[in-house]
Every structure is written in C-alpha cells, then in structure tokens.
Design a protein around this ligand. Structure first.
Ligand code: PLP
Length: 478
C-alpha cells in the first residue's frame, strides 16, 4: 500500500501529462494577461471568503481544477493594469528555472549539492559587482530576499567595523546605524534583530523630495555619539520604498569615509538602474558602497526570490558567519567560495542563480536596460499626466517607476481627502480592473502606483486616472 502510493506520487508519465497541461494553462494565462484581455487583474474576495472557498475545495474540489482555481484566486502581475506592489511580471524563462530548481532541489549549502548553480552564482554576482563598478576583490552571494540580504549586510558591517570579534565574544557597546526615515522597514527590523533597540536606529529626516537630508547627517551623528552610541553603518536607499526617491549616494559615501562607517546601499528596488544608460545616474556613487542589495524579483524580470548581495571587499562576505558544522561546513584556510552556506544566512536555499544566469545569457544586459528604462519612463509619463490635472496632486516628482499622488478637491479638509483617497483605493481593489496600492506619507493618505509591467501603456495610465477622478467626484457628491 505504502509502496504503491509512493510510486503513484512519482509517476513520470503523469508528471509529463500534468506538466504539459499546466504549461498550456499558464501560456493561455500569460497571453490573456499580457494583452489585457482578462477583464480583471484581481478577483478580490475577503480573507474569510477565501478561507471558505479553499476549505470547501479541500473537501470537495477536483484536483484537476487546482491550478485553474489558483489562477482565479490570485493577482495577475502580467496584466498591464497591474500597477501595484514592487514585484515584477517574471519572464517565463525565469519561471521555468524555478520549476527546474524545485524538481532538482539541490540545497546549495555545499558545493556538491548544487555544482552548476554554485558556479553560476559566482559568475553572475561577479558580473553584477563589475556592473556596479566594484573592483577585483569584490564578491557576492544570492540570498532569500532583500530583507534577509539587508540583515546580512548589517551583520557584515558590524563585524568589519567593530574592533573586537563580535561573532565570538558578543559586544558590550551601545551600537547604532543611521538611515533615512523613509527607508524600508526591514532596516529597522534588522537593527532590532541585532539587538540595537529603538535608540540604535537613528532615523535621519528627509528633505521635501523625500530623499535623506544629508545636511542633517553630522548633527544626527554627533547627537547619537554624545549619548554614548557607537555608530557603525549608514544605509542609503536606492530608492526608498514608499516614494521611489533615490538618496544622494555620493554625499552619503563622503560622510561614511569621513566617519569610518560602513556604507550599505539598499538598492533592492532600483539597483537595476545600473543597467540603464538613461537612469544609471540615479545610482551615482554606488561604486563607493561597502555592500549593495539588488532584488532580481523586483526590476530584473525574475521570480521570487532572487536577491543579490554584493560586497566591494569580498573578504567580508566570507567572514560574516564564521561557523563550523562538522557534517556540512569545515574550516578552510583558502577561500572556498563554492561552499555557499558559509556566506549566507540560509543553510538550504533555492537554485536562484539559474534565473540570473539564463536571462543574462539569453538576452544580455540590454534586457535589464530595456525594462528599467521603459518602466522609469512610464513613471515620468504618469507624473506628467497627474501634474496636468487640477484634481490630482503628486507627493513628489518621481525618480523611478514609483509614483505617489492623491485626488484633491479645493475646500475639502485634509481628513475628508484622506478618507476619499482610501475609498478610491478600496473601490479599485474590490472592482479589480486595476490594481494599485496606497501609502501614508507624513500623515497624508496617497495612492501609490508602481509600474512594474513593461506592457503598461500611456492609455492604461489615462484610463486609471479617469477612473480615479470619477470615483473621487462620486465620493464627494455621495
Ligand atoms: C527598498 C527595499 N528594501 C527591501 C525590501 C524588501 O525586500 P524583499 O521583499 O525582497 O524582502 C523592499 C521591498 O519592497 C524594498 O523596497
């Protein structure tokens, strides 16, 4: 009985058949999504309704409908009216790599458990480091998400900057990092995981354009130092998440040099701009960073999760986690770059390098340039349309494909406007023809678009704005 069941699970012919059907289903989905033929980007249902559906399906649904139902109950990122969170519409070839990674399941911790993807990881991170402008001694790793990569970078920073060996002896100092108040919340989380507490996260105010106010760095540094805090790193955002605005990396690098700080750049979203001939300038100064995070699954057409963490001086990548686990990781005097778990937080991880390698090899870096340039251009187009309408107001001029704005009407209180903008977003979500998100910036409610799909056009954006304007007007008169 057991043997029969197990044999059935692994039956190659049924895998072949199901696989063919699945690819057909996904190719049809892709076709209708990309063309915008599918009417809705999301068939929204409440969490309770969704639970109810899947509870029922578990008991009575047909397994053959499973994938079709998953499609019906998820958000379609390949749809050009998907203009929401910062996940890309993955290139189908990248998704195929995900399937291969899942079936081969090489855990990547040590060389033998992923020979090809280990070599590819070294190759693509070397190429990426070069593209950033790092020199010979640089190194990188791939890891499970920008959040984890930022934590890893800060752990490396702490180890590199502190004189004592924190890894072996712990530390008695009150440590701190400096970061813009607009940085992604994962920096705050990483600092707290590292035991820095609230006082160890020095949030530097932003300027009117939401980039870090570099004129306040010295003052923030001195105030914290006078309180007895030992600052070891400064984090720049390239760009920050809510508003998509890049910090002035060159000035941050100057400050780090002056104070002997580790300069980390969270370029999870916009690091891919190094590939764009037109927008590379947004990353001016990136080659002076000690470490940089870039998510493949944001602006580089890969599936989740495919994050790269690059170190200007590769020795830090090798020594962040100096641990031995006799059955897996042994001490080596030479750098064994090929035993990846020595350098990553994870022990097991997916074979994410396949996606980087295959996309880069097949299409060249022109693909990344085309994607970033198209999407950032569209960000500018959307901003122009918003500026031209007296009933719409930009939060700030965008630097990227992230655009925050709100519906406005003269004479209405800020509380009423916040409420109307929340209602607009809720109505769009429930209606599902467009998918956008929302954010609060300095106490004001904004609609937030991230144009992630290179097939979104000016017409789609016009239709979105018309929809928002209509809904806003209806809400006023309601
Ligand atoms: C600037 C920035 N850093 C980090 C993250 C977190 O990355 P991940 O979702 O890959 O963990 C995000 C996600 O939106 C981000 O925008």
């Amino acid at each position: 009985m057991n043997a029969k069941l197990l044999q059935k699970v692994y039956e190659p012919d049924s895998f072949r058949q199901q696989g063919h059907q699945l690819i057909d289903l996904l190719a049809d989905h892709l076709e209708s999504s990309l063309n915008g033929r599918g009417e809705k980007v999301i068939n929204y249902s409440s969490p309770e309704e969704e639970m109810e559906f899947w509870r029922g399906f578990f008991n009575a649904g047909s397994g053959s409908d499973f994938f079709q139902e998953v499609l019906r109950h998820t958000t379609h990122v390949h749809h050009p009216r998907y203009i929401g969170h910062q996940v890309c519409a993955p290139a189908p070839q990248a998704a195929l790599c995900g399937l291969v990674s899942s079936i081969l399941n090489n855990g990547m911790a040590v060389y033998e458990m992923g020979m090809a993807p280990t070599a590819m990881e070294r190759l693509v991170t070397d190429l990426l480091a070069q593209k950033i402008g790092f020199g010979e001694g640089s190194r990188g790793i791939l890891t499970s998400g920008g959040t984890l990569a930022n934590l890893t970078a800060l752990l490396s920073a702490r180890k590199a900057v502190l004189q004592e060996d924190v890894w072996l002896e712990g530390h008695g100092k009150r440590l701190a990092v400096m970061v813009s108040e607009e940085a992604h919340y994962c920096i705050d989380r990483a600092a707290r995981i590292m035991g820095l507490g609230t006082e160890g996260i020095i949030k530097v105010p932003v300027k009117a354009d939401f980039s870090i106010d570099t004129s306040l760095l010295k003052q923030a540094y001195e105030a914290a130092s006078n309180k007895g805090l030992h600052i070891f790193a400064l984090v720049g955002s390239a760009p920050s998440t809510a508003t998509g605005v890049y910090d002035d990396l060159d000035t941050l690098a100057d400050f780090c040099k002056e104070k002997g700080l580790w300069f980390h750049v969270d370029a999870a979203h916009g690091g891919a701009a190094v590939f764009s001939k037109k927008y590379r300038k947004t990353m001016q100064g990136i080659d002076r960073a000690d470490s940089v995070v870039i998510d493949g699954h944001k602006m580089m057409l890969m599936s989740t999760i495919t994050t790269a963490l690059l170190f200007r001086d590769g020795s830090h990548s090798h020594t962040t986690f100096s641990q031995e686990a006799e059955y897996l990781l042994q001490h080596s005097d030479e750098e064994d770059w090929f035993n990846l778990a020595k350098r990553t937080f994870e022990c097991t991880k997916t074979m994410m390098s396949l996606q980087w390698y295959l996309l880069w090899k097949t299409y060249g870096e022109e693909l990344f340039d085309a994607n970033v340039t198209t999407l950032y251009d569209l960000g500018g187009t959307l901003a122009g349309m918003i500026e031209a309408d007296p009933h719409l107001e930009l939060a700030t001029a965008p630097h990227s494909n992230i655009v925050c704005f709100r519906f406005v009407e003269p004479g209405l209180s800020s509380g009423k406007l916040d409420q109307i903008n929340k209602e607009i977003r809720q109505e769009l979500l429930e209606d599902g023809v467009f998918y956008i998100v929302q954010t609060r910036i300095k106490g004001t409610q904004y609609l937030r678009c991230t144009i992630m799909n290179p097939f979104t056009t000016e017409e789609h954006l016009r239709a979105l704005l018309d929809r928002i304007l209509n809904t806003g007007r209806n809400r006023i008169s309601a």
